[in-house]
Design a binder for this molecule. Structure first.
Ligand code: CS2
Length: 491
């Protein structure tokens, strides 16, 4: 038996299922990027609003690349299980908010038509950092990106998220429909402003008239999203099937914690998100810095150093006392001083909770998963903090160890001389730079810092940055990750 609308009634009573009439919902939101993160985050918030009777906000979700998710979920009427995992056990809920699915390359027109439908009021995105085809150091459109060039040349069959947004907006404008709101849910700095900058520019390059209309009419509120969602494994599938008494081809695994902070600027209305626990604010920047720097900055630090020290998961990495000390010191001494939070924010409580989340033994969040796409992640997770520290004349010793961890990882082989697969849109550039430099810390650091899209033009020329990074890299090369973590944790 397989999970579907017809089999819902046969689920065990302990599994929560949609209590509203799915067939009575309309589609009000299109989501680009139907990965596990969306299904364990935004879709769950929308599910709560559908349960509360806001039936106009069903989701049409699209994959911009592979048919995998559609192949798994379409036969299940787009139902899937969310498993909330902690030491206490596993809590299962079947989510019904996704009402329609698209595989963009198979039928781009159907997706554009759905985005241009009068009922569509919000288009949200989780397409990962690299999905915006921007230059990570400056946040501007990468006008030489092959997919962007292709999307500018041919308008009917976009490949990129930006191409789809522009094509659908172009159609809405032609049909006299108002622009939808674009809600970015990726871990980018000022994510709304970044997508707006990239989209305005792309639209203007396509057609100056469209560019003006998009610039004037499209609202892109920034948002901060937070929930740890490790990739689902076959072991997870088998366990969930056992609990459901039926098969679910693609359940999602997550933690109890969920946070979403959104700037309240929506052109065509929105569901009552606050009623579902979302924080609506005027400016998301402080929350974004708090999350990207403390959570994702620590995550990337643990991913590179933990991987090099031989740990498969984040829980395993933070389980090493020296690593736990290093992460807490990094948070307290180097990241926290760069944050300016609204009065009343309990940053100590936030950091305690983060460490507890990292320790969640039920999650099995792999270091290799987080290590992916470092070129796209480093700027907002670590380098923005570095810049703020340098501007304040403050030391960056621990941040330097984190950056050096990425550099050592980027060499493409580990401490046992085993190959590391570098999953990164800039892998070629990175590996060429690393191979040419070899295992000499100063040469390697210089070569990698020379990648302007990651480090910009300021950091490579600042000895307050290059000095500590080179020293940390020398230690990683000479003594290994374990000893480097131990030494750094004691300062
Ligand atoms: C992680 C994030 O994979 C990664 O790079 O750091 O996906 C992280 O789990 C989420 O941002 C948590 O909200």
């Amino acid at each position: 038996m397989r999970l579907s609308q017809a089999s819902l009634g046969r689920l065990p009573a302990s599994v929560r299922k949609p209590g509203y009439d799915r067939d009575a919902t309309r589609i009000g939101m299109v989501h680009l990027g139907i990965g596990a993160f969306h299904r364990a985050h935004q879709a769950v918030v929308i599910e709560d609003r559908l349960e509360a009777g806001e039936s106009a906000w069903g989701i049409a979700a699209a994959s911009l690349r592979s048919p995998e998710t559609r192949d798994a979920l379409a036969p299940q009427d787009w139902l899937y299980t969310m498993a909330v995992r902690s030491e206490a056990g596993e809590d299962l809920r079947v989510i019904g908010a996704i009402r329609e699915g698209h595989v963009a390359p198979e039928n781009p027109e159907a997706l554009i038509a759905r985005m241009a439908h009068p009922d569509t009021r919000i288009v949200s995105l989780t397409v990962t950092e690299k999905g915006y085809c921007h230059d990570p150091a400056t946040g501007t459109l990468n006008e030489a990106h092959p997919d962007i060039l292709a999307d500018l040349a041919a308008t009917g069959k976009p490949k990129t998220a930006i191409g789809f947004l522009a094509a659908a907006l172009e159609r809405r404008r032609a049909e006299g429909l108002p622009a939808f709101t674009v809600l970015c849910c990726d871990n980018l700095p000022s994510n709304g402003r970044t997508v707006k900058r990239v989209l305005d520019r792309f639209s203007a390059l396509r057609d100056p008239e469209l560019g003006r209309w998009v610039a004037d009419h499209v609202l892109c509120p920034s948002s901060m999203v937070d929930r740890i969602v490790p990739a689902t494994t076959d072991e997870d599938r088998a366990r969930i099937a056992g609990s459901l008494g039926m098969e679910d081809r693609w359940p999602v695994m997550t933690e109890p914690f969920l946070q979403w902070v959104i700037e309240d600027r929506f052109a065509l209305g929105r569901p009552d998100l606050a009623a579902a626990g979302v924080t609506m604010v005027g400016d998301v920047t402080p929350f974004e810095h708090m999350k990207l720097r403390l959570l994702n900055g620590s995550h990337s630090t643990m991913a590179y150093l933990g991987y090099l020290a031989g740990h498969e998961t984040i829980a395993g990495t933070i389980g090493v006392p020296a690593m736990a000390r290093l992460v807490r010191r990094l948070m307290d001494e180097e990241i926290t001083p760069t944050l300016s939070m609204p009065a009343g924010t309990d940053l100590d409580g936030y950091k305690d909770a983060l460490i507890a989340r990292f320790r969640n033994p039920a999650l099995r969040h792999r270091t290799a998963q987080i290590a992916m796409d470092g070129s796209q992640k480093l700027p907002q997770r670590l380098l923005g903090t570095v810049r703020d520290r340098l501007a304040a004349g403050a030391p960056i010793g621990l941040l330097a160890v984190a950056v050096a961890g990425w550099m050592r990882f980027a060499m493409g082989w580990d401490e046992k001389c085993q190959p590391i697969t570098l999953n990164d849109p800039m892998a070629q550039r990175i590996l060429t730079a690393a191979n040419t430099a070899g295992a000499d810390a100063a040469r390697l650091a210089t070569a990698l810092m020379g990648i302007r899209e990651i480090f910009g033009t300021d950091l490579p020329g600042d000895p307050r940055f290059t000095g500590p990074v080179t020293a940390a890299l020398a230690s990683l090369l000479a003594k290994g990750a374990g000893a480097t973590i131990e030494a750094a944790s004691r300062g």
